[in-house]
Design a protein around this ligand. Structure first.
Ligand SMILES: N[C@@H](CCC(=O)N[C@@H](CS)C(=O)NCC(=O)O)C(=O)O
Length: 334
C-alpha cells in the first residue's frame, strides 16, 4: 500500500518535471523558431524561386515548428556560412542550427553545443574537371585545392595529403558562391567538400555537370545533424524527438498523404505515435499530436529525402532505414 502511494507520488513528481525550457519558451513568446541554415546548398537548404526555403535541413526546422506550434510555418531562417554558424548558435541569434554540420567531439563539447542526432550520413570527396583526366585522389599531389574555412573539410584535407605524403596549395574562400566560382573558373584544380555538396554543386551550379568528375575516394566520416546549445535539455529533447519522429514515421509507414487515414488504425504503435493513446506529447511538454503534425505537415524522413535529395541524383545509401540496410534508426517512441 505505502509502496504504491510512493510510486504514485514519484509519477506525479516526474510528470511535473516536464516544464518548458527557455528556448521553447522564448520561441513561443516571439511566435516563431529562428533556424540557422546554409546560405544555399541545393537539397539541404536553399530558397526556391518563390523565396521559400527548401531542403532536408529546412524540413527538420519545419518539423520542430510543427511539433512546438502545430504549424510548420512558424519559422524564420538565418543563412549562415560555415564560419558564422557556431557563434550564431552560441550567442542565441538562432534557436537551432540545421545546416549540413558534421558531429565531432570538439564541436559537441568545447563549443558548448549538443548534436541531437544524425539526419544525413556523408563523407568527404574531391571533384575535378574531366579534362584533367585524373582517376584517383592519389594523383592530386601539387594540386591547388578550393576549400571553405571553418569546416571539417579543411582539416581532413590537410590530414589526407599529409598521410599520403602529398603536397597541395589550399585556396581558402569563405563564401560558397565565391569558392564555387573560383573552382569553375579554374582558379583551383580541385574542389573538396562533403560528397553531397559535390553532387549538389555539380547538378545545381555547373554549366555542364558532365564536365566534372567526382573521384572515388571518400576520405572521412561526415555525420550531419541538428545542433542546439548546452544547458536546455527540454529544447534538446524536442529537436531530437522531432528528428526521430520523421525517421520512425517512415519505419511505421506513415506519410503526409496517409496519416489522416492511418490515425484511425487500431495498431497501438500508430495510436501512440499520432497521440490517440498515451501521453508522449506531455512528456515533451507538447501537444499530444506533435508527431502527427510533423508527418502531416512536413512528411517522414523518406519523403523529405525523395523530395529534396533524390532529384539531385543522390541515392539513399547509408541513409536508408536500418531495416533496409542503412543506418537510420529511431529509438522507440514509447
Ligand atoms: N560538413 C562540414 C562542411 C560543411 C560546409 O560548410 N560545407 C560547405 C561546402 S558544401 C557549405 O555548405 N557551404 C555553404 C555556405 O557556406 O553557406 C562541416 O560541418 O564542417
Amino acid at each position: 500500500m505505502t509502496k504504491s502511494i510512493v510510486s504514485l507520488l514519484l509519477l506525479v513528481l516526474s510528470a511535473n518535471n516536464t516544464h518548458a525550457g527557455p528556448t521553447a519558451d522564448g520561441a513561443v513568446k516571439k511566435g516563431f523558431i529562428q533556424c540557422g541554415v546554409n546560405t544555399g546548398l541545393a537539397g539541404f537548404s536553399q530558397p526556391d524561386s518563390n523565396g521559400e526555403w527548401r531542403g532536408i535541413d529546412v524540413d527538420l526546422c519545419r518539423a520542430v515548428a510543427a511539433a512546438l506550434f502545430g504549424d510548420q510555418k512558424k519559422l524564420r531562417f538565418t543563412p549562415l556560412t560555415a564560419q558564422q554558424r557556431f557563434t550564431a548558435l552560441q550567442s542565441g541569434e538562432v534557436d537551432l542550427l540545421s545546416r549540413n554540420t558534421t558531429w565531432t567531439i570538439s564541436r559537441d563539447t568545447s563549443l558548448g553545443l549538443n548534436f541531437v542526432g544524425i539526419n544525413y550520413y556523408d563523407g568527404q570527396g574531391f571533384m575535378v574537371t574531366k579534362k584533367r583526366n585524373v582517376k584517383s585522389a592519389k594523383q592530386l599531389s601539387g594540386a591547388a585545392v578550393c576549400v571553405q574555412p571553418g569546416t571539417t573539410t579543411e582539416l581532413n584535407l590537410a590530414d589526407y595529403f599529409r598521410a599520403n605524403n602529398m603536397k597541395f596549395k589550399p585556396v581558402v574562400i569563405e563564401k560558397m558562391e565565391e569558392v564555387l566560382s573560383a573552382y569553375f573558373a579554374g582558379r583551383c584544380d580541385v574542389y573538396t567538400t562533403d560528397m553531397s555538396g559535390l553532387v549538389s554543386a555539380r547538378s545545381s551550379r555547373a554549366a555542364s555537370g558532365a564536365d566534372h568528375v567526382i573521384l572515388p575516394e571518400i576520405i572521412s566520416k561526415e555525420p550531419f545533424g541538428p545542433v542546439v546549445r548546452h544547458g536546455d535539455d527540454h529544447w534538446f529533447d524536442i529537436v531530437k524527438w522531432s528528428l526521430y519522429a520523421m525517421i520512425e514515421g517512415e519505419e511505421i509507414g506513415l506519410t503526409s498523404k496517409n496519416i489522416e487515414q492511418q490515425a484511425k488504425s487500431a495498431n497501438p504503435v500508430i495510436q501512440r505515435f499520432v497521440g490517440a493513446s498515451g501521453d508522449i506529447g506531455k512528456m515533451l511538454s507538447l501537444d499530444n499530436r506533435w508527431a502527427y503534425n510533423i508527418i502531416k505537415q512536413v512528411g517522414n524522413y523518406g519523403e523529405s529525402f525523395e523530395r529534396n535529395l533524390t532529384p539531385l541524383g543522390l541515392d539513399r545509401g547509408l541513409n536508408r532505414l536500418w531495416n533496409r540496410g542503412g543506418l537510420m534508426y529511431a529509438p522507440p517512441l514509447r
